[in-house]
Design a protein around this ligand. Structure first.
Ligand SMILES: [Zn+2]
Length: 227
């Protein structure tokens, strides 16, 4: 994998010594992430990024980088559009759905909430799925994405605007809703808003319907749909 070698070489020259390994990805919602085992996952297009962008990657993953500098580094990283530099057929994401500053923290928080809900309400039985933040969901708050071909869930999408406008308590509620769908799938139930959904939602103390009212900070209530 030449891009992986190229990236490893360039990052090392720019001062990256703290990671266990590098994997290139084609995932456009998380451009750069560090696994708990210290493996850096980075979009392959960064192999062609200017040095200043890769220096920001080095700052971003360095364990001692202060929070403010880490955020600045994230801005810098996201100013580069790797999909414009990736080789091969680029399935370009439409504008409005690009990774945004703060997404790393939003996704870390979602993963943390997922683990908490999973332990508290599902006996830890649900498989961890990747998260994606969408800037294009207008009427929906969240969605459990299921592959048409196999019927397998592969991703949980949350509206970024929902998190930012309604706050983490509401986003946590939406996440739990999607986790009930995941539980339905895992237990062989239909993934829907029927009686099994309503019973489980009642048990967990959340809204048992596809719609609920959310209150935007400093604005009036609005009915919103969750899939
Ligand atoms: Zn639903």
């Amino acid at each position: 994998m030449p891009e992986e070698r190229l990236l490893a070489r360039r990052l090392e020259l720019l001062g990256l010594h703290t990671v266990e390994g590098i994997r290139v990805t084609d995932n456009r919602s998380v451009m750069v992430s560090l696994s708990p085992r210290g493996v850096l996952r980075i979009h392959r297009g960064y192999a062609r990024a200017p040095d200043r962008i890769l220096k920001a990657v080095v700052r971003f993953v360095a364990p001692r980088t202060p929070r403010a500098l880490r955020r600045a580094a994230e801005h810098e990283i996201l100013s580069f559009r790797p999909e414009d530099h990736a080789i091969g057929p680029a399935r370009r994401r439409r504008s409005g759905d690009r990774a945004q500053p703060g997404d790393v923290e939003r996704i870390e928080r979602l993963a943390q909430l997922f683990a908490e809900h999973n332990g508290r309400h599902f006996g830890g039985s649900l498989p961890a799925l990747p998260f994606r933040l969408s800037g294009r969901m207008r009427t929906r708050l969240g969605q459990l994405c299921i592959r048409h071909e196999t019927g397998e869930p592969y991703e949980i999408t949350l509206s970024r605007g929902h998190i930012d406008r309604h706050g983490w308590a509401e986003a946590s509620h939406t996440l739990l809703h999607e986790m009930i769908h995941l539980w339905q799938h895992q237990s062989g139930h239909a993934v829907d808003h029927g009686p099994t959904f309503r019973r489980k939602a009642e048990e967990l103390g959340i809204a048992g319907s596809a719609r609920r009212t959310v209150r935007a900070r400093a604005s009036r209530d609005r009915a919103a749909r969750i899939d």
